[in-house]
Write a protein that binds this ligand. Sequence first.
Ligand code: HEM
Length: 506
Amino acid sequence: MIIYVLYAVLGLISYLFVIKPLTEMIRLKLQFGKDCKISFNFFGKEIYDQLKETKESKNERDIFNKQKTAYNKYQYKFFMTNMLWIIRISIADPLYQKEALLNHQLYQKVDPVCHNDLLSKGLMWSKGEQWKKQRLLLSSSFEFDSLKKKVPMINEITQSKIDNFSNENVLSSLQSITGLIVIKSFFGIQTDQIYINNTELQVEIANIMNEMGYMRFKSQIQSTKRLIFGTKAWKIFPTKEEKKLLQRVKDMRLIVENLVQQRIKYFEDSNNSQINNNENFLNILVNEYLKIKNKKQQETTLDQIIQEFITLQFAGTDTTAVLLYHCLYFLAYYPQAQEEIRREINESCPSSYINENEINNLKKLSAFINEVLRLKNPAMRPIIRVATQDHKLKDLKIKKGWLVCIDYFLQNQSEKHFDNAGQFNYTRWLQDKPIKEDNNFIYMPFSAGPRNCIGSQMALLEVKIILGQILKRYQIMINKNVEVSWEIHFNHQLSPTNAVILNKIK
Ligand code: HEM
């Protein structure tokens, strides 16, 4: 009897972990031939490899190198692999990427921190009608005319912080600027710096997200727990490190909740004219909250407002700070380009305050940022998605439950679309047609389609003002005492955080 049970269990395991994923891979291989690359992993080898690769990324120098080299060699359309029983398909062909991005409703984004109290209800991870409503509510605040009003605030924050720039941790100094910009955009310009256990709130949120996100690469136990238990993983035999992180999440949320509650109370106590004031994101959300408070079905909840703040903080702080850090690295690496761009800034922006009209004249700086985004975008690809139903992308059949990656960083470095694709050359963006065989879905540093980055214009505005101010004041040099690598933390990120040195220009 026992022997039959053992056979049955063995059969089930073989079916789930071997026959099922392998059959799907063979099916696609037969359909697409060399256009589809497959790699079958036995019993969790993928997780093991991922952890190993993360550890080895220091030797590799760029964690995405292997994938880029393979793509340039074979020019495949899809790469298919498995994590235990789950199929993962990476889409490398821009035509299929376009289909996937335009039909975003077929997917659910995977929450990288796998925790219900942080991001799941914010704009980045919400879905369906709820997402539409949230996007509509905030979208006009991210248009250039609204963003223009933030220019004085961005200048002031940058000026107040760049004199105390830390060469020991350049990235953290940048996070402190970009994070405060999001805090003031969310809570209002009068809001002072908020601290939590002596750390600036924006830095603490970035740290929590980084540590929670990085844990799935660092710890095999965490990644297996997440795979099996999803968001409940944090509650299953939490380690000391996990418990500490969860406490930090609670402390951080409490501070944000108090601020939101104060605003709700202020609005409730005020007259109607105050309620129409939409100058910051929180006012917009609180207005909406109060409008529907008395309805039976509460659509915007306090938890949603808190998570919207965490989402915008997460989406807008680290991404922008890492992009700035990458720009500083390339400016240091290419001193001639640094001089050319500094000259342009000094000629176009004579005072220390950079205004929105001057920003439009900074063509070389714009081109430089484009090139950094082409080669080292902190958001190398959109967040991994899960197919929520069986569907087709052109002739590619995708099944419910498959993980789908839209790997648009691959075409950024392909000769098919860029001349001398591997070379850093910012002047390519000053030419008429920098992209070959363009279908508008080749170069998409902020993704594309309805779920593209709502904050792209805000990010570019910030980056130009902050870089402009830094270049006016500092000479940027490579720190020769450290060895750099391009790792994946939460973003694709240059490591260590002191790869450049800023020297004051006398
Ligand atoms: C260099 C800076 C930035 C980069 C590279 C970047 C990149 C991206 C990318 C690739 C996506 C698509 C994600 C996906 O669909 O999986 C995205 C979405 C998003 N970004 Fe950004 N982003 C940046 C800055 C910002 C800023 C400053 C904000 C706001 C303060 C922001 C807010 C968002 C939000 C809310 C979404 C989700 C939009 C939706 O799903 O409707 N981002 N971003």
